[in-house]
Write a protein that binds this ligand. Structure first.
Ligand SMILES: [Zn+2]
Length: 286
């Protein structure tokens, strides 16, 4: 068992393919970053990008473990990460209680598919369990919270896409944080900084299904359902101009820019979900 596991270790980073979305982020690199971070060797973002910060941390690990300092993640380097790096994704079923490299890989892939689970920590707790079950429901799988072959297969399929184009929710949008890795977690929408009180418009016609305060950092939030399981979300508003149950057209004012909820300054957090999966709104904006 142990020998087999070691044979599977070399070139793990080289063989893991690009993500389905075509971005350069790699779940294996993300898992490595989580491991390096847990060992106090890496303080950069968990972004799955094989950049200079990650390379430096690998060399520090190698130096500390008294092995060849070549920056290559081979068997010895993985062993230097201890128990964390023991299991490659797919080598065992993952569920609550498991931890390590494979759990961190799973967590990153779930986020890429629109089901983020808080900070990337590689520890399978309730946060990953919830995200996994939502993904399984989205993918038409049994929602059992166990990541086995069927779930991993479904994670190899491309993430959701937005079926129809959207309009910008602001007349003069300035792009802040994008959709994707941010710090040690995943940013599930885009941030559009704007002065307090700037009008916010519906990105497409639909029915208002939420208009009010929402816990969890959203602040004053409007959600519009557009059909086909698509929803757009407008967070941190200072004022809300629509009511639940009302049908609105594209470009209708839903509220004003604010900084309510978890917001360091006035901005719109704009998020789009397809049947529960958050997707990159920029792919559907002109
Ligand atoms: Zn945001």
């Amino acid at each position: 068992m142990h020998a087999r596991a070691l044979l599977a270790l070399p070139l793990i980073l080289a063989v893991t393919a690009l993500t389905p979305s075509g971005s350069a982020a790699n779940a294996g690199v993300a898992a490595l970053q989580v491991g390096l971070r847990a060992h106090g060797l890496y303080v950069g973002p968990i972004d799955g990008l094989d950049g200079p910060g990650t390379a430096k941390a690998i060399r520090r690990l190698q130096k500390r473990a008294h092995i060849a300092v070549d920056g290559v993640v081979g068997p010895q380097t993985r062993r230097a990460l201890g128990r964390f790096a023991r299991h490659r994704l797919g080598s065992r079923r993952l569920e609550i209680g498991k931890a390590g490299w494979d759990v961190a890989s799973l967590q990153f892939r779930l986020a890429e598919h629109g089901f983020p689970s808080g900070a990337f920590d590689g520890i399978f707790g309730p946060h990953i369990d919830g995200a996994l079950r939502r993904f399984q429901g989205w993918a038409g799988l049994k929602e059992d919270g166990v990541a086995g072959p069927a779930t991993l297969q479904a994670l190899r399929a491309p993430p959701a896409t937005i079926p129809l184009p959207l309009a910008w929710p602001l007349t003069a949008p300035v792009l802040g944080d994008r959709f994707g890795p941010r710090g040690v977690s995943w940013h599930a929408g885009i941030d559009l900084p704007a002065p307090l009180g700037t009008p916010v418009y519906s990105a497409r016609s639909g029915e208002v299904v939420w208009a009010g305060w929402r816990d969890g950092g959203w602040g004053f939030l409007v959600i519009v359902a557009h059909g086909r399981g698509e929803r757009s979300m407008y967070a941190h508003l200072s004022r809300i101009d629509v009511r639940v149950g009302v049908w609105i057209g594209q470009g209708v004012r839903v509220g004003l820019i604010g900084a309510t909820g978890d917001a360091t300054g006035p901005h719109l957090h704009f998020e789009v979900r397809i049947r529960g999966a958050s997707v990159d709104p920029l792919r559907a904006l002109p």
